[in-house]
Ligand binder design. Structure first.
Ligand code: SF4
Length: 292
């Protein structure tokens, strides 16, 4: 039998934790595509693929891979889809994959808030599990500088709403996004917002200016040492009661992982050793990730 796999159109992105998931690309690109720090979909015109095509693809793929248990829906902010359409996709996935454990996707705060608690609960009942939410920074100044079309408060509200409906939020922050100008406020406000959100999952990536983005003139890239120092200060300020933390993306100078609250002292101790060593570049950005 010829195995049918879903149709993919490049570029296709997914979080590192979704490496083993089956992916359905239900829309192409990003419905916002405005953030100055993000080059993911800059060359892609956003559009939602036809519903019948997606429903057929789900059923066909299931006949080849019926035992898949983890599904990821791409591309960016799939929560932006109208509720009814998203609901039908989740229903079809539940019907087609008997071993299904979870469906995960990227979600922006405004798209979460556009759904009612009842709708979010209905999606959770269809095994929608983890929403990947890019906070990037808790600072309104930094979000405005990089044209992220969200406010710290909308993001706090969205994560709280989703988690009150039993959905897990995996929140991402970007070290160095404030540059030198907004460094202190980026750290302080990111800590404040995360402490209010209490996300179940948290990851810190380092902001790397990739060639196809246009950061504003006031932005100046922090050094490798400063990026690790930011991570230290953010972790030191966090008072999280039940969060799994990861900073193991290839953009990070060193991989770090732990759980809050129990793992906080060990993570700080590890970073302290690193900061006191001579391993980190103090004047430049240091080693670039493999994809640059
Ligand atoms: S950060 Fe997210 S919302 Fe902003 S342009 Fe990139 S994919 Fe779109």
């Amino acid at each position: 039998m010829i195995k049918k796999i879903p149709q993919y159109i490049e570029p296709l992105f997914r979080p590192p934790a979704e490496a083993d998931s089956l992916i359905f690309q239900v829309a192409l690109g990003c419905p916002h595509n405005c953030c100055r720090f993000c080059g993911m979909y800059k060359g892609v015109r956003y559009h939602e693929r036809p519903e019948q095509e997606i429903l057929g693809e789900i059923a066909e793929t299931a006949s080849s891979f019926p035992d898949e248990s983890r599904i990821f829906l791409a591309d960016a902010d799939v929560m932006h889809l109208p509720f009814e359409r998203l609901y039908r996709y989740l229903e079809e996935i539940n019907r087609s994959f008997p071993s299904l454990a979870r469906i995960n996707l990227y979600a922006n705060a405004r798209s979460i808030l556009a759904k009612s608690p009842e709708q979010l609960r209905m999606l959770w009942n269809l095994k929608l599990n983890t929403l990947y939410v890019g906070l990037e920074s808790g600072s309104a100044e930094v979000l405005s500088m990089v044209c992220k079309n969200e406010t710290p408060q909308t993001m706090i509200d969205a994560v709280k709403l989703a988690q009150s409906c039993d959905l897990k939020c995996s929140v991402m922050v970007l070290l160095g996004l404030g540059g030198h100008r907004y460094r202190d406020i980026h750290i302080a406000e990111t800590v404040r917002v995360l402490n209010q959100m209490q996300p179940r999952l948290l990851s810190a990536l380092r902001f790397i200016p990739v060639p196809n983005i246009k950061m504003p003139p006031e932005y100046s890239e922090v050094s490798e040492y400063e990026a690790v120092e930011e991570l230290y200060q953010i972790i030191a300020g966090l008072e999280l009661t039940k969060t799994v933390f990861r900073a193991n993306h290839t953009s990070n100078p060193v991989p770090l992982a732990g759980r809050f609250p129990s793992g906080k002292p060990a993570m700080l101790a590890e970073l302290d050793v690193l900061l006191k060593s001579n391993q980190l570049e103090r004047k430049g950005p240091g080693r670039k990730p493999f994809y640059l």
